[in-house]
Design a protein around this ligand. Structure first.
Ligand code: UD1
Length: 340
C-alpha cells in the first residue's frame, strides 16, 4: 500500500512541484489549498506529468474543523509537508496579523492534530531569511539566527521554535525543517511553474515577464553593494531540485527510527550568483535580451547570502543538480506558455 502524505498548499509553486516528485516516488498525495495564491488548473498539470490526479480538498488550514474533516475522510495520513503560508515580504509589513494568523495558526492546527490522527512527521518550509545578513558565506545550519526584518521572516523563525518546543515537550512526532535559499524555475515539461498574482516582487518572475514584454524594464535593485559587480548575491535553486529534497526528507523521517526528532537542513546549491549574473544566465540560455536598468537599493535587502549545503549533501544524500542556465530556460518556456 502506498504511504499517504498530506501536502498543504499543494497547488502553490513549490507545493505543486513537490506533489509531482512525491507521486513519482510512489507516495499517495492529499492536497489541501485555499487557492488564495494558486489555481485549480495546477491539478491538470500534475496529472499530465505523473498520470495521477491527487485528492484535492479546497479549504483553509487555519480552520481546525476543516482539517479534522480532512483527516476523518482521508484516514491513514503518515506525513505532512506544510507549504500553506503567505510569503510576500512587503505585504507582511503592511498586514502583519494576516501573516501571523495564516502562517502560525496553520502550523499549530496541524501539530495539534498530528498525534490524534497518528501522523508521524512534518516537513516544514523554512527560509534562509532566518539567518538575516550573514557574518560570512557560505552559511551553515549552525549559524546564528538574526532578528527578523519582516513579519514574514518572523513567522518562519517562530514556526521553527514552535515545532522544536512541541517536540521537546514529548509530542510523538518528528520534523525536518528545510531552509530554502532562492527557489526559481519551473518543471521542464512546462505543465507547472510559478503563477505570480499581480506585479511580481521576486526577481525571476519579474525578469521573465520583462523578457515577454509584459513589463517594460527590470530594475536591478542597487549596484553599489560590496560584491564583485555591485549587485546582490543569492543562492538560486531549481524548484525541481528543491522538490526532490522534500521526498528524501519525508522518507528519512518516516522510515528511519534512529534519526533525531528535529533536523534542520539548508537547501541551496552552494554557489552565489549576483542579480547581473542571473540576467546574463537567462540571456545566454534563451538568446532573449532582458531590458534592465540599475535602480536604488530595495529596503531590507540582504547584500549576499549563499548556502553551505554540505549537511543536506551528506546526511540526506541530496544535491542540487540542475545547471542554472537550464533552470532559466525552463522558467522562460513556462513564461511563454502562460503569457499566450
Ligand atoms: C525574499 C525573502 C525570502 C523569501 C523570498 C521568497 C528576505 C530578505 N528575503 O528573498 O525570505 O523566502 O523572498 O518570497 O526577506 N531584485 C531586483 N529586481 C527585482 C526583484 C528583485 O534586482 O525586480 C533582486 C533583489 O534585490 C535580490 C534578488 O533580486 O537581490 C532576489 O530578490 P527576490 O527574488 O525578491 O528574493 P529575496 O529578496 O532574496
Amino acid at each position: 500500500m502506498k504511504t499517504k502524505i498530506l501536502v498543504t498548499g499543494g497547488t502553490g509553486y513549490i507545493g505543486s512541484h513537490t506533489v509531482v516528485e512525491l507521486q513519482n516516488a510512489g507516495y499517495e498525495v492529499v492536497i489541501i489549498d485555499n487557492l488564495s495564491n494558486s489555481n485549480i488548473g495546477v491539478l491538470d498539470g500534475i496529472n499530465k506529468i505523473t498520470g495521477i490526479r491527487p485528492v484535492f480538498v479546497e479549504g483553509d488550514c487555519t480552520d481546525i474543523n476543516t482539517l479534522r474533516k480532512l483527516f476523518d475522510e482521508n484516514p491513514g495520513i503518515k506525513g505532512i509537508i506544510n507549504f500553506a503560508a503567505s510569503k510576500a515580504v512587503g505585504e507582511s509589513v503592511q498586514k502583519p496579523l494576516l501573516y501571523y494568523k495564516n502562517n502560525l495558526n496553520t502550523l499549530i492546527n496541524l501539530l495539534e492534530l498530528m498525534p490524534e490522527y497518528g501522523v508521524k512527521g512534518i516537513v516544514f518550509s523554512s527560509s534562509c531569511t532566518v539567518y538575516g545578513e550573514p557574518d560570512h558565506n557560505p552559511i551553515n545550519e549552525g549559524a546564528p539566527i538574526k532578528p527578523a526584518t519582516s513579519p514574514y521572516g518572523n513567522t518562519k523563525q517562530i514556526s521553527e521554535e514552535i515545532i522544536e518546543d512541541y517536540i521537546r515537550s514529548g509530542a510523538p512526532i518528528k520534523s525536518i525543517l528545510l531552509r530554502y535559499f532562492n527557489p526559481i524555475g519551473a518543471h521542464p515539461s512546462a505543465e507547472i511553474g510559478e503563477l505570480p498574482l499581480g506585479v511580481p516582487q521576486n526577481l525571476v518572475p519579474y525578469l521573465t515577464q520583462t523578457a515577454a514584454g509584459i513589463r517594460k524594464e527590470l530594475t536591478v535593485f542597487g549596484d553599489d553593494y560590496n560584491t564583485p559587480d555591485g549587485s546582490c548575491i543569492r543562492d538560486y535553486i531549481d524548484v525541481v531540485d528543491l522538490a526532490k529534497a522534500h521526498v528524501i526528507a519525508m522518507k528519512r523521517m518516516l522510515d528511519n527510527n534512529d534519526t533525531d526528532s528535529v533536523e534542520i537542513f539548508n537547501l541551496g546549491t552552494g554557489r552565489g550568483l549576483s542579480v547581473l549574473e542571473l540576467i546574463a544566465s537567462f540571456e545566454r540560455a534563451t538568446g532573449v535580451k532582458v531590458p534592465h536598468k540599475i535602480g536604488n537599493r530595495r529596503e531590507g535587502d540582504i547584500e549576499k547570502i549563499w548556502a553551505d549545503p554540505k549537511k543536506a549533501n551528506e546526511v540526506l544524500g541530496w544535491k542540487a543538480e540542475v545547471p542554472v542556465d537550464e533552470t532559466m530556460k525552463n522558467a522562460w518556456t513556462w513564461q511563454q506558455k502562460i503569457s499566450k
